[in-house]
Write a protein of this length. Structure first.
Lengths: 178, 278
C-alpha cells in the first residue's frame, strides 16, 4: 500500500505479523473445542433440566387430574348409592303400606266372616230352641191341664200344690240343649 | 529453564536499541524470543497467548465435564459464566437463532478475558492483547463473521445494498449516506473493535508501568534528585506502589469490560447484519 508507505504506525502495526496467525490458530482451536464439546454439554444439561422440570409439572398435573377424576367417580358413586338407598326406603315404605292395607282388609274379612258364622249359628240355635220349646210347651201344658183336671179342681189348696209340683218337676227335669 | 523465566516481566525487553526502563514507552511492549536463535515471532507474548488459550480450553472442559441436572459448585460456576455469554449477550442481541453464534461469542469472550487478566496477574503481568496483532485478527474474524452471516442470509448484493443504504433515505441524500454507511459498516466497525481493545490494554499497561516502575525507582533512590531529598523520593515511591493496587483493580475491571464490549459489539454487528431492514 503506497498510501501507507513511510507512515510509522508504532504499536498499531504488529511487531510480528505471525501474531495474527497464532491468534487465528488459537482462536479456531478454542472455537472448535467449545463448539463440539463444551456448548453441547451445557445445552444438553439445560435441556435435561427443562425436561425434568416440565416432566415434573406434567406428572403433578396428571396426578391432580387423576385425583379429580377419582373424586368425581367417588361422588357419582356416592350419589348413586344415596339415590338407591332413597329408592329402597321409598319402596319399603310403599310396600309396608300395601302390606298393612292388605292385612287390615284380611282381618276385616276374617272378622266379618266370623261374625256372620256366629250370627248364623245363633239363629239356628234359637230356631231349634224355639221349635223344641214350642213342642215341649204343648205337651207340658196338656199334662198340666190333665193333672189339674184329674185332681179336684174345687180344692184350691190342691190346685196350688199341683201347680207347685209341676213347676218343681219342670225344674227337676234336666235341661236339654239343641 | 530460560524459556519460562523469559515470561516473567522483571527483565525489560528491548527491541529497538537500548532504553532506560523509565519512563516506559512503546519499547516496553517489545517481545523477547523464547530462546536464543528462535524466530522472532516465537516469543514470550505468543507463548502467553498459547497458555491463555490452553487455560480457556481447560477451564471450559473442566466445567463442562460430568454435568448433572443439579449442578455441583464447579458446574454452577461454569454455568454462571456461560449464562452471561449465552443469555446476557447472545440471546439478548440475536434473539431466537443465537445458538448458531454462541460458540464464536463464547470463544471470543473467554479468550479475550483471560488474556486481558494476564495484565494483572502473576506470572506474566502483561496483557497479551496490548500486542496489536491479536486484536487485529479477532476484529478480522468478527468482520468475516457478521458479513458472512449477512450474505448467507440475504445474498451478496441485497446484503450490500441493505448495509450501505438504510430504508427510507430520500434519493438526494444517497450520495452522502452510501459512503458513510459503507465506511461505518465495513471499515469503522472492525477497526474500532481492534483499536478499542488494543488501546485499552496498551494504555492500561503503560499506566501500570508508570506506577510500578516509577514507584520502584523512587523507592530505591539513594541520592536526592530534582532538588528533592531522598526521603521524599522514597516516600513518593512507596505511595506510588500503594496506589498501583488501585490501578491494578481498575485494569482488571477494564480487562473484563473490554472482553465484554468486544463480544457484545460482535453480537450487535451480527444482529444488524441479520436484521430484515434497518
Amino acid at each position: 500500500m503506497i498510501l501507507l508507505d513511510g507512515i510509522d504506525f508504532g504499536p498499531l502495526a504488529p511487531e510480528h505479523p505471525e501474531e495474527l496467525i497464532v491468534g487465528f490458530v488459537l482462536f479456531v482451536i478454542i472455537l472448535v473445542v467449545l463448539w463440539k464439546k463444551v456448548i453441547p454439554a451445557f445445552e444438553k444439561t439445560y435441556e435435561e433440566r427443562t425436561a425434568e422440570i416440565t416432566g415434573g409439572i406434567e406428572k403433578a398435573e396428571a396426578a391432580q387430574a387423576e385425583a379429580a377424576q377419582a373424586l368425581a367417580t367417588y361422588q357419582a358413586q356416592l350419589a348413586e348409592a344415596r339415590s338407591e338407598a332413597a329408592k329402597i326406603r321409598e319402596d319399603a315404605k310403599s310396600q309396608a303400606a300395601t302390606t298393612a292395607a292388605e292385612i287390615r282388609a284380611q282381618a276385616q274379612a276374617d272378622a266379618d266372616r266370623i261374625l256372620a258364622t256366629a250370627k248364623a249359628q245363633l239363629e239356628a240355635e234359637r230356631t231349634q230352641v224355639v221349635r223344641q220349646l214350642r213342642g215341649e210347651l204343648g205337651g207340658l201344658a196338656t199334662e198340666l191341664a190333665g193333672r189339674i183336671v184329674g185332681e179336684s179342681l174345687s180344692d184350691d189348696e190342691l190346685a196350688r200344690r199341683t201347680v207347685e209340683r209341676f213347676l218343681a218337676d219342670l225344674e227337676a227335669e234336666p235341661v236339654e240343649h239343641a | 529453564m530460560p524459556g519460562l523465566s523469559l515470561l516473567i516481566p522483571l527483565d525489560w525487553a528491548v527491541c529497538s536499541g537500548e532504553h532506560e526502563s523509565f519512563p516506559p514507552g512503546v519499547f516496553s511492549f517489545c517481545s523477547r524470543p523464547l530462546w536464543d536463535g528462535a524466530p522472532g515471532w516465537v516469543n514470550n507474548q505468543v507463548a502467553q497467548a498459547v497458555i491463555g488459550a490452553a487455560i480457556v480450553i481447560a477451564f471450559w472442559l473442566w466445567v463442562a465435564h460430568a454435568q448433572k441436572i443439579v449442578p455441583s459448585k464447579r458446574q454452577f460456576a461454569g454455568e454462571w459464566i456461560y449464562n452471561v455469554i449465552r443469555n446476557g449477550i447472545a440471546r439478548d442481541m440475536l434473539g431466537h437463532d443465537y445458538r448458531r453464534f454462541l460458540p464464536y461469542l463464547a470463544t471470543l469472550f473467554s479468550f479475550i478475558l483471560v488474556n486481558n487478566l494476564f495484565g494483572e496477574f502473576f506470572l506474566f503481568m502483561f496483557p497479551t492483547f496490548s500486542k496489536v496483532g491479536f486484536p487485529w485478527i479477532l476484529a478480522i474474524l468478527t468482520f468475516l463473521l457478521y458479513n458472512g452471516a449477512g450474505i448467507a442470509k440475504s445474498g451478496f448484493l441485497p446484503y450490500l445494498k441493505k448495509s450501505v443504504l438504510p430504508a427510507g433515505v430520500p434519493k438526494p441524500l444517497w450520495i452522502l449516506i452510501i459512503p458513510l454507511e459503507f465506511l461505518s459498516n465495513f471499515v469503522v466497525r472492525p477497526v474500532t473493535l481492534a483499536l478499542r481493545l488494543f488501546a485499552n490494554m496498551f494504555a492500561g499497561h503503560l499506566v501500570v508501568l508508570v506506577f510500578v516502575v516509577g514507584g520502584t525507582l523512587l523507592l530505591t533512590a539513594t541520592e536526592p534528585g530534582n532538588g528533592m531529598p531522598t526521603w521524599l523520593l522514597n516516600g513518593a515511591g512507596g505511595a506510588s506502589l500503594v496506589f498501583s493496587f488501585a490501578i491494578f483493580a481498575l485494569e482488571m475491571f477494564v480487562g473484563v469490560l473490554q472482553a465484554y464490549i468486544f463480544t457484545v459489539l460482535t453480537a450487535q454487528y451480527v444482529s444488524s447484519a441479520l436484521a430484515e431492514e434497518h
